[in-house]
Design a binder for this molecule. Structure first.
Ligand SMILES: Nc1ncnc2c1ncn2[C@@H]1O[C@H](COP(=O)(O)OP(=O)(O)OP(=O)(O)O)[C@@H](O)[C@H]1O
Length: 454
């Protein structure tokens, strides 16, 4: 898509910086003008109306505290219609970056800059101002979708993702474990103007209450005994990008209260800091709690839910979209064959039927794992039903084969425990390896091991 060229203004007392910025940015984004003195800034903005200002933080020789840049930034924020600002400094510590963001900068880069980093920051800033620029500014940045499945519910989900991606609305992703909630959050980020900034995820289920604020809000050096240096929290690190709050349903009541305060005020205060910072990350939250539990006020604050669920994306369980199974299975089998150095092999018709008939209580993650196991263990030239070891399978209208007969009365919890046991055994106790085999994060595995007392 063609978009109108952007207007970029660079203010830096070093003319070489202006030349370098023009060489890098002009061809890609539009016109670049350079100023060396802050006194020319107001008139240039008024007359030329730039979309974005790249602002040096120090103009007087020997100064490195960024005070001049900060003061200019504050003045600019008072002016309606002023451009977005990315600050540049050779002396960026977290301290100055934090102050600049607090004063209203959208982002910061250090000099000498890293080209991809500066290009990404500029593209993201322009896209935030005008999402239609994204396609023209960085066509290679949008990867093909990783979210497979052409069933009607998946098509509907994709349509919703496309519709909300360009907005800043908070999104709540609901679905059973392993259904693809994190992948949906990634897809949302990748389709959004924020995709050139980070997508960060915090697993609230494994984060103790005591670490919640430091992790999300960050802290200043000395704010508590172990805080030896400043640490930007996730809210700050995801500025301009997306923050996925995973397992939000596991957040304690006090954690819920603290999160609510941030979302209401759209600002947060790092531990030990005096003034708040603006919340510039888009919040996407996810949970596998079912909706009855989530709407239980004893468990989850309705006022927080109301903030989080501006848009709700429901990821259907795999058993509700069995027509997606062939595509997913074929994809996983090919991928794991390549990964494990095995030749590609077809699925027999019986195996495909078997996979489609299975209920997949652990959803796509289960299917993925069954496919990896089959790739490693299957002896024949094609995959047969028994290669997937689907104990517990009851194909509708069909008696299960002897080898696949369900182990009597096993509950989901028992099967989860058995899967954990098996993964830990195969990984010889190595948690990272076991987590990889199960397709979950280390934190999620620890939580589940803990739940089962393993
Ligand atoms: N539609 C899909 N297409 C391709 N891969 C998928 C799809 N859905 C899920 N997966 C894969 O299945 C695995 C589980 O997905 P994901 O981690 O997104 O699930 P989740 O719902 O967030 O799980 P949990 O609730 O346990 O955290 C991942 O490896 C993911 O890449």
């Amino acid at each position: 898509m063609l978009t109108s060229p952007a207007r970029l203004l660079v203010l830096d007392d070093d003319p070489d910086v202006g030349i370098a910025a023009r060489l890098l940015l002009q061809r890609r984004f539009g016109e670049v003008r350079c100023l060396e003195r802050p006194t020319e800034l107001a008139a240039t903005i008024a007359q030329w109306r730039p979309d974005l200002l790249l602002l040096d933080m120090n103009f007087l020789p020997g100064h490195s505290d960024g005070a001049q840049g900060l003061s200019l930034l504050r003045q600019l924020r008072q002016q309606p219609g002023a451009p977005q600002v990315i600050v540049m400094t050779a002396y960026a510590g977290v301290e100055l970056a934090v102050q600049a963001l607090k004063a209203g900068a959208l982002d910061f880069v250090t000099k000498p800059w890293d080209h991809p980093r500066l290009l990404a920051a500029v593209a993201a800033a322009l896209a935030l101002r005008d999402p239609s620029r994204l396609a023209g500014a960085a066509p290679e940045a949008g990867p093909p979708s990783a979210l497979l499945g052409q069933s009607p519910p998946m098509q509907e989900l994709r349509r919703l993702i496309a519709a909300v991606a360009a907005t800043d609305a908070h999104v709540l992703v609901l679905g059973e474990m392993g259904a693809g909630k994190e992948l949906v959050a990634r897809e949302l980020h990748e389709r959004s103007p924020r995709r050139l900034r980070p997508l960060l995820a915090v697993d609230l289920g494994s984060l103790p209450d005591t670490l919640l604020e430091s992790e999300l809000f960050g802290h200043r050096r000395g704010s508590y005994t172990d805080a030896r240096q400043d640490r930007p929290g996730r809210f700050l690190a995801a500025a301009g990008g997306t923050l996925l709050l995973d397992e939000i349903g596991n957040l304690s009541m006090s954690g819920q209260a603290r999160l609510l305060a941030v979302l209401e005020r759209r600002e947060f205060t790092p531990l030990g800091a005096d003034t708040p910072l603006p919340l510039q990350a888009r919040i996407v939250s996810a949970t596998n709690l079912d909706e009855t539990a989530l709407f239980d006020p004893q468990r989850f604050r309705p006022d927080l839910l109301y903030r989080l669920n501006t848009i709700v994306l429901r990821v259907p369980p795999l058993r509700a979209r069995r027509e997606d199974i062939p595509q997913l299975a074929t994809h996983f089998l090919a991928r794991f064959a390549a990964e494990h150095g095995r030749p590609p092999r077809p699925l027999s018709a019986a195996a495909m039927q078997r996979l489609q008939a299975h209920d997949w209580p652990g959803n796509v993650r289960d299917l993925r794992q069954a496919c990896e196991r089959a790739v490693i263990l299957a002896p024949g030239a094609q995959f047969e039903p028994a290669d997937f070891q689907l104990e517990g399978l009851v194909a509708p209208g069909a008696a299960p084969a002897e080898a696949d007969r369900p182990s009597t009365g096993q509950t989901l919890a028992e099967r989860e425990r058995a899967a954990l046991d098996e993964a830990m055994r195969l990984a010889q106790g190595n948690v990272s390896e076991a987590a990889r085999r199960l397709g979950v994060s280390r934190a999620a595995l620890y939580r589940r091991l803990d739940k089962h007392g393993l």
